[in-house]
Design a protein around this ligand. Structure first.
Ligand SMILES: Nc1nc2c(ncn2[C@@H]2O[C@H](COP(=O)(O)OP(=O)(O)O)[C@@H](O)[C@H]2O)c(=O)[nH]1
Ligand SMILES: [Mg+2]
Length: 334
């Protein structure tokens, strides 16, 4: 656990090596997380999500610069294969991000999208926890808001910023992906383009439609507030996501976004929402680990020879696949 000690004392190379080692070694991940867990819980975690091309990477790098100017250290986790942080985007964008890469107060990590998306969500959570333990003040997670697992990743943040851009038909996509539901701050980027005010208006209208108190997701099912043991006290006024316009490319409106994030974090602390949110996050993390562990243990308990034999029997139409699975589980060594 020498790497862990070095990471906790701020060694960047140790941090990078630790993260790489975790990527495919889950027993090691479990050990490492056990060793660092007591040092986590201090960073402010901000998710930035939205459709491809809305300007998330540009916004994230501008936000990172704003936090750096305020003297804060920043970890960036990019879960986006086309991210300029990964070298995936056009040259101009990469050049713009170069000053971040040379800054010792910034640590950038891009997540490989290999493996299952569920695994990616886990891996991302692990990296965020390590950056937190390593002492980064703010952690920015960039995800492409395209599906449920990206939404799951965004949900691991204290504050989620949803980025839209004019003229992409994003308003409609946002509803489909349920992404508006998780927005704490809405940003209409590319406000230099035509149609930005229309996008703002559309988002405003959608927020008006959804003014019912926000409900917490429990096991992926929406529960009424009174049924949810983790819901905030009734007296807390609901948070209405502000809608902000930015031109990330020209660094316009960035301070306002950082301020809105800070206001949301103050709201979380003052309203008593922070605790239930943390609990929900820990609950879903725990359930994910439980599911993974159960799956692995059960799979390990089924003998490969028995599986081959069942394949033969199903192929011969002696037995159907469902019955075959029941028999395999019955004969597994628990
Ligand atoms: N016109 C305009 N272009 C922008 C703005 N922000 C980002 N872009 C450009 O939009 C493209 C996509 O940006 P990127 O940050 O990679 O978007 P992502 O896919 O959401 O991460 C890039 O070519 C950026 O230079 C903006 O505010 N205005
Ligand atoms: Mg990107």
């Amino acid at each position: 656990m020498e790497l862990v000690d070095q990471t906790l004392s701020g060694n960047r190379r140790a941090l990078a090596r630790l993260i790489s080692q975790l990527e495919d070694d889950s027993p090691l991940a479990a050990q490492t997380l056990a060793a660092i867990y007591g040092h986590t819980g201090r960073a402010r975690v901000v998710g930035v999500t939205g459709s491809p091309g809305t300007g998330k990477s540009t916004l994230v790098s501008e936000l990172a610069k704003a936090y750096r100017r305020a003297g804060q250290t920043v970890g960036i986790v990019a879960v986006d294969p086309t991210s300029p942080f990964t070298g995936g985007a056009i040259l101009g964008d990469r050049i713009r991000m170069r000053d971040l890469a040379g800054d010792p107060g910034v640590f950038i990590r891009s997540m490989a999208t290999r493996g299952s998306l569920g695994g990616l969500a886990r891996a991302t959570t692990n990296v965020v926890q390590i950056l937190d333990a390593a002492g980064y003040d703010v952690i920015l997670i960039e995800t492409v808001g395209a599906g449920q697992s990206e939404v799951d990743i965004a949900r691991t943040a204290d504050t989620t910023v949803v980025v839209e851009a004019p003229g992409l038909g994003d308003e409609v996509q946002a509803i489909k992906a349920g992404i508006l539901e998780i927005a704490d701050v809405l940003v209409v980027n590319k406000a230099d383009r035509e149609g930005a005010t229309n996008t703002v208006r559309a988002l405003q209208a959608m927020l008006d439609l959804g003014t019912a108190p926000r409900r917490a997701l429990h096991h992926g099912v929406t529960l009424a507030a009174e049924q949810n043991p983790y819901s905030a006290p009734d007296s807390a006024p609901a948070w209405r996501p502000p809608i902000l316009q930015t031109v990330a490319l020209e660094s316009k409106g960035i301070t306002e976004v950082a301020e809105a994030i800070a206001r949301h974090q103050a709201y979380l602390a003052e309203s008593g929402e922070a605790q239930p949110r943390r609990r929900r996050r820990i609950e879903s993390e725990l359930l994910a680990i439980l599911r993974e562990t159960l799956l692995r243990r059960l799979m390990d308990s089924v003998s490969p020879a028995d599986v081959s034999q069942m394949v033969e029997r199903v192929a011969a139409r002696e037995i159907d696949p469902y019955t075959a699975v029941e028999q395999l589980l019955a004969s597994a060594y628990h």
